[in-house]
Design a binder for this molecule. Structure first.
Ligand SMILES: Cc1cc2nc3c(=O)[nH]c(=O)nc-3n(C[C@H](O)[C@H](O)[C@H](O)COP(=O)(O)OP(=O)(O)OC[C@H]3O[C@@H](n4cnc5c(N)ncnc54)[C@H](O)[C@@H]3O)c2cc1C
Length: 255
């Protein structure tokens, strides 16, 4: 198969222009070397060619459909590719070792991603959305939220989304109408409709962690009143598995 990306170009950018090996002098990256960076790039190129590129056109020609029971059907190659990606530990590539990550420099992790985006933009979007979601929770979440949501996402057992847009509100987030009302138990009851949510529903993983923008009562005008809520498809179970079904429903698909 023809290369989807030039390794020579990547090597030039990383090693000759950016001198990325220099970051290994820092404590965070001390365990790394050019060899470990090359190993991640080699692995990524191999997985991208074997599992992502072959179904790129097939996935485009066979869009996901919503079954009568509300679940999503898609070609099986997508799940097979994503399982291989997760098994390689690449979702956790740039994350801390304390949460199971490889502590790769972001520059190298992004270069590794380039193989997948070049091979298959749509299939690669699922883990990349998940990485973005997990990044946000790892930075701002509580220890409990990191245990409940970040770890399963980094293992690839759960995927994540970003739910900003609504049918009547795209760029203008001040116009969102989704509401979050506090409950006596400290949780929030979130009501509303989101649209154009990439990876919004599927059967690729055990659970989906939605990060949802919503307005709280008395939260102030415009974007000042907006907060971000974790809305999982299934509530986290006591044993780290997906638990009780949450009231999140797919109403349609855009392709
Ligand atoms: C492939 C794809 C994936 C997406 N995935 C997600 C997702 O995962 N999660 C999610 O929440 N959303 C997602 N979206 C939605 C996306 O974020 C919205 O489409 C985007 O916010 C634009 O909103 P809109 O389409 O309603 O355009 P509008 O906001 O209606 O904008 C229409 C036009 O007006 C212009 N415009 C808007 N505001 C202004 C302004 N203030 N001043 C001047 N010009 C302006 C825009 O540039 C544009 O040309 C996705 C969209 C696409 C196409």
């Amino acid at each position: 198969m023809t290369d989807v990306l030039s390794r020579r170009d990547l090597d030039f950018l990383l090693y000759e222009w950016l001198d990325v090996v220099a970051v290994t002098s820092r404590k965070r990256f001390a365990e790394h070397s050019k060899d470990t960076f090359d190993a991640v790039l080699d692995l990524s190129a191999d997985l991208a060619h074997k599992h992502f590129a072959p179904h790129n056109k097939t996935a485009d020609a066979n869009e996901p459909t919503m079954r009568p029971d509300g679940t999503v059907e898609m070609i099986p190659e997508v799940k097979a590719a994503l399982d291989a990606y997760a098994a390689a530990g690449l979702i956790a590539g740039s994350f801390d070792e304390s949460v199971g990550g490889m502590q790769l420099p972001t520059t190298v992790a992004r270069a590794a991603m380039a193989w997948f985006q070049a091979a298959n933009a749509s299939t690669s979007s699922y883990p990349f959305l998940t990485i973005a979601n997990a990044n946000l929770l790892a930075e701002y979440g509580t220890e409990q939220q990191i245990d409940d949501y970040v770890r399963p996402m980094l293992e690839g057992r759960w995927f994540g989304t970003m739910c900003l847009s609504e049918p009547q509100a795209g760029s203008s987030l001040a116009d969102i109408t989704t509401r979050a009302v506090p409950q006596d138990d400290g949780s929030y009851r979130v009501t509303g409709t989101k649209m154009w949510i990439s990876g919004g529903d599927h059967e690729l993983t055990e659970n989906i962690v939605h990060l949802v923008l919503a307005k709280t009562p008395g939260g102030g005008p415009g974007v000042k009143g907006i907060s971000l809520f974790i809305v999982p498809k299934y509530l986290p179970g006591a044993d780290g598995a997906a638990g009780e079904r949450n009231d999140v429903t797919l109403v349609g698909l855009n392709h």
